[in-house]
Design a protein around this ligand. Structure first.
Ligand code: SF4
Length: 244
């Protein structure tokens, strides 16, 4: 389905189902559209959907250089299974070296400020470079992932360095059960850490398994849980200019 810019683009996009959104992104923006994913289950669903609905969709990730071995192995499996090449955006070596020299490798334990600094250098800045290459940013955000994401739209416009880009979250209203059912029905590759109790997977140490009664992002930066500020448990990628 092709929507013209003269119609109310966002209203039209918000009404589309996930496959139609992926299709629209590739059909209208080609290589200027990309799925930026950290290979949570939602990202794996969309990689699988794209093989039918949007072949040729760019798939990119931020490699913080601190991901779980299971995540690196998953990326290789995905590349082999779908015959695609995942673009990897990594931290700037000089910034990384400077940060570690000043604050140590494990600075994220010290304070929320230093955790955010680490996330900025390892995640946000490489993500910004990835966004430089797109006009349509496809993400795996879901409303049930955290309080901060409860009202996130399926389609929105966000500012990136003074440029308006379309941000799509095709699975925004899917539940965890729907996501898992899709992966099982399609025998799609996913991160085995989900089977070990992880609900949200990022860097080693900073993401841990959760208990059944805990919030989905409780396993992220677990040592900050006593602060009771779950809404602050974001790395910064989805809080800059996104309105959430
Ligand atoms: S999740 Fe942890 S290791 Fe990864 S970038 Fe953020 S603070 Fe650094």
């Amino acid at each position: 389905m092709i929507l013209s810019e003269s119609t109310d683009l966002l209203d039209g996009l918000n009404a589309l189902d996930p496959e139609a959104l992926l299709q629209w992104a590739v059909a209208t923006h080609g290589a200027r559209a990309a799925l930026l994913t950290s290979f949570q289950n939602t990202g794996c669903v969309m990689v699988d959907m794209a093989k039918r609905a949007a072949p040729g969709l760019r798939v990119a990730t931020v490699d913080t250089l601190r991901l779980h071995p299971e995540t690196y192995a998953l990326m290789e499996r995905i590349e082999q299974r779908y015959g695609i090449r995942i673009e990897r955006f990594k931290p700037e070596p000089e910034c990384l070296e400077r940060m570690i020299a000043h604050h140590g490798e494990f600075l994220f334990f010290d304070s929320q400020e230093k955790q955010e600094l680490c996330c900025h250098i390892r995640k946000v800045e490489p993500n910004e470079r990835a966004l430089d290459t797109v006009d349509v940013w496809i993400t795996g955000l879901r409303r049930d992932q955290s309080d901060a994401r409860k009202y996130a739209p399926k389609a929105s416009r966000v500012d990136h360095k003074g440029r308006s880009i379309v941000k799509l979250a095709p699975l925004i209203d899917w539940s965890e059960d729907q996501v898992r059912a899709y992966l099982a029905e399609n025998d799609a590759p996913y991160n085995p850490l989900y089977d070990q109790g992880y609900a949200s997977i990022g860097c080693v140490i900073c993401s841990t398994p959760i208990k059944p009664w805990e919030h989905k992002r409780a396993g992220r930066w677990r040592w900050f849980n006593h602060m009771g500020d779950d809404h602050k448990k974001e790395c910064g990628i989805h809080t800059q200019g996104s309105g959430i």
